[in-house]
Design a protein around this ligand. Sequence first.
Ligand code: NAD
Ligand code: TYD
Length: 377
Amino acid sequence: MKRNILITGGAGFIGSHLVRLMVNRYPEYNIVNLDLLTYAGNLANLKDVEHKPNYTFVKADIADLDAMRRIMKECEIDGVIHLAAESHVDRSIRDPFTFARTNVMGTLSLLQAAREYWESLPEKYEGKRFYHVSTDEVYGALELSHPEGIESASTTKASAHGHTAYGKEFFTENTKYDPHSPYSASKASSDHFVRAYHDTYGMPVVVTNCSNNYGPYQFPEKLIPLFINNIRHRRELPVYGKGENVRDWLYVEDHARAIDLIFHKGREGETYNIGGFNEWKNIDLIKVIISTVDRLLGNPEGYSLPLIKFVTDRPGHDSRYAIDSRKLHEELGWEPSLQFEEGIEKTVRWYLDNQQWIDNITSGAYEKYYEEMYAGR
Ligand code: NAD
Ligand code: TYD
C-alpha cells in the first residue's frame, strides 16, 4: 500500500537509522525526512539513501506551525513518526528554554498541524497514525541496590544470558511520570500533549518510551561515542560522580526495528516501553569501552584506564533506569537482536573506522562547547 510518512529528526542519531530502515524496507512508501539540522542533525548520516526515489528531505523547524501545516498538506502525510527533539541532558541543564521550545512547542505544533490536516479530509483519522518517540527518563529514577539476590524480570535473550539487574523495580507503562532534568520534563510534557490529542480530539496516537540507545552516528557528546573518541585522542574521560549510576542500553537498530513494528502493528492509544534488560553501571560500561578500544587499537590491556577522571556529578543525576519491555515482547514478539558485547564491538569498530565523520562534526563550535562544558567540572 502506498503511504506518505513524515519522519521528524531523521538526520539525527536514531532518526537516521529509522529513515534508512523505512526507505529500504518499504519502496512503496514515500519517506519525508523533516529536520532543522541543528548541531545534532547531519545529512552525512544518510548518504547511502539520499538518492533513493522514495526519499525526500525537508529542512524545517517543528515549532514553526505554518511550515508544519504546509508540509502535512503538500506531502499528503498519513503517518507521522516524531523523533525531532533536543536530546542531551547536560545541554538542558545549561539551556532549558530551547528544550521547552523544541520538545514541547515543537511537538504541539506538529500535533496541531496533523490534526487540522487529517480533520479536513473526508476519511478524517481513518488510516492515520501519529507515533511519538519518547524516553524512559520521563519516569524518573529507580532505587539502586546491590545486585546480589535480585532476579531480573526479563523474558528476553539479554537476561537469559544472565545479565544483572541493579534493583527490584522496573519502569512499566504504568509507572507514574516523575521527570527530574529539564530534558525529561520537556519530554514528559510532550508525551502528555500527545495523549491529550488522543483523548480530546480522537487522534490515533501511539507513544513509546525507550531506554538509552547506542550505536553508529550518535553525536559524540553522549557517553559512549564521547569516550571512544576521547580515548582515541588520549583525552581525559570525565566520569560523573563515582560512576555508580545505572543505565539500560539498547542497540539503536533494535530500537528502529521496534518503531517499525509498533508503527504498523501497535494498538492505537497505547504506550509501549522499549528496552533490552541490559543494565550497566557507568563505570563497568566505561571499562568495557576502554578494553575494547585498546584491543582494537593494538594497545596493551589497561593502557587507557588512567584516562578516567572522576568529576563533579551532574546535578539531579538519576541513579538508575531500567525498562520492563515485556508488553512489547508479549503483544508483538519484539526482542533485541544483539547481545551487548556484540553491539559494543560493532559500535567501537564503527567509530574507529569513521574518524572523519566525528572530526567533521566535532570541529569548530562543538569543540568550544566541550571545552566550556568540562572546564567547570
Ligand atoms: P539527536 O539529538 O541525535 O537528533 C535529534 C534530531 O532532531 C537532529 O537531527 C536535530 O537536527 C533535529 N531537531 C532538533 N530540533 C529540531 C527542530 N526544532 N525542528 C526539526 N528538527 C529538529 O537525538 P536522538 O538521540 O536521535 O533522539 C531522537 C528521539 O528519540 C528524541 O525524541 C529523544 O528524546 C528520543 N530518545 C532518545 C534516546 C537516546 O538514547 N538517544 C532514548 C530514548 C528516546
Ligand atoms: P548520556 O549519554 O548523557 O545519557 P543520559 O544522561 O540521557 O542517560 O549519559 C549516560 C550516563 O553517563 C549518565 O549516567 C551520565 C554519564 N556520563 C558521564 O559519566 N560522563 C560524561 O561525560 C557523559 C556525557 C555522561
